[in-house]
Design a protein around this ligand. Structure first.
Ligand SMILES: Nc1ncnc2c1ncn2[C@@H]1O[C@H](COP(=O)(O)OP(=O)(O)O)[C@@H](O)[C@H]1O
Ligand SMILES: [Mg+2]
Length: 206
């Protein structure tokens, strides 16, 4: 049994995940929670090495299915080495992206469909988030927010790809309304942070 609380952040590139995660982390620490922050792909030495492989713009010949397996492999390691032990110790784990990213990017974006969920069953090993915050922002606005920064292999993919990813996220939100909390990410950083903290207070009280 998990004694902790597992929160994941989802949304397109530039939707504000990193920004909101660091605000939420501070807010939870202030309230006295023991918070562990991690990210996908990555979060363990092995998973960070897999991350480099996946995101390297030089790996243009990577097959979509290879990409899906690499994300799942990185996740399998992260779940077992870091997330589960932290939850068992009663910590709050915040993860920047998790399995919904695979469903949205590889399932919907790359068009691999249901294969992605199947591949990930053993990777996730029943360790699903208690809450997933989906930052909903039109992909064109997201991409203009990150226009100045260097783009990894996935961020470099076409606008059409990112549109499919976004639509995939909306389908996931509809399919898992109890777990996925959609938040309008077009407001100011403070407005979004207030909305998240307000909704989370309600959920964590239960
Ligand atoms: N609500 C917001 N309004 C305007 N700019 C934002 C907002 N949230 C984040 N940003 C900026 O947009 C960029 C991408 O945000 P970031 O948190 O890195 O997104 P992600 O982690 O989802 O890719 C950063 O430069 C960040 O400062
Ligand atoms: Mg980020």
């Amino acid at each position: 049994m998990n004694r902790g609380f597992f929160i994941t952040f989802e949304g397109g590139d530039g939707s504000g995940k990193s920004t909101q995660i660091s605000i939420l982390r501070e807010c939870l620490i202030e309230k006295g929670y023991d918070v562990i922050l991690t990210r996908e792909p990555g979060g363990t030495d092995i998973s960070e090495k897999i991350r480099e492989l996946i995101l390297d713009p030089e790996n243009g010949e990577m097959e979509d299915i290879t990409e899906a397996y690499l994300y799942a492999a990185a996740r399998a390691q992260l779940v077992r080495q870091l997330i589960k032990p932290a939850l068992e110790e009663g910590k709050v784990v915040i993860c920047d992206r998790f399995v919904d990213s695979s469903i949205a990017y590889q399932g919907f974006g790359r068009g691999l469909g249901d294969a992605v969920g199947i591949i990930n069953t053993y990777a996730v090993d029943d360790c699903m988030p208690d809450l997933t915050i989906l930052l909903k922002l039109d992909p064109e606005r997201g991409s203009s927010r990150i226009a100045g920064r260097e783009h990894d292999r996935i961020e470099q993919a076409s606008d059409e790809f990112h549109r499919k990813v976004y639509e995939g996220y909306l389908k996931l939100e509809e399919k898992y309304p109890d777990r996925i909390l959609g938040v309008d990410a077009s407001g100011t950083i403070q407005e979004i942070a207030d909305e998240i903290s307000h909704r989370l207070d309600e959920i964590m009280e239960r």
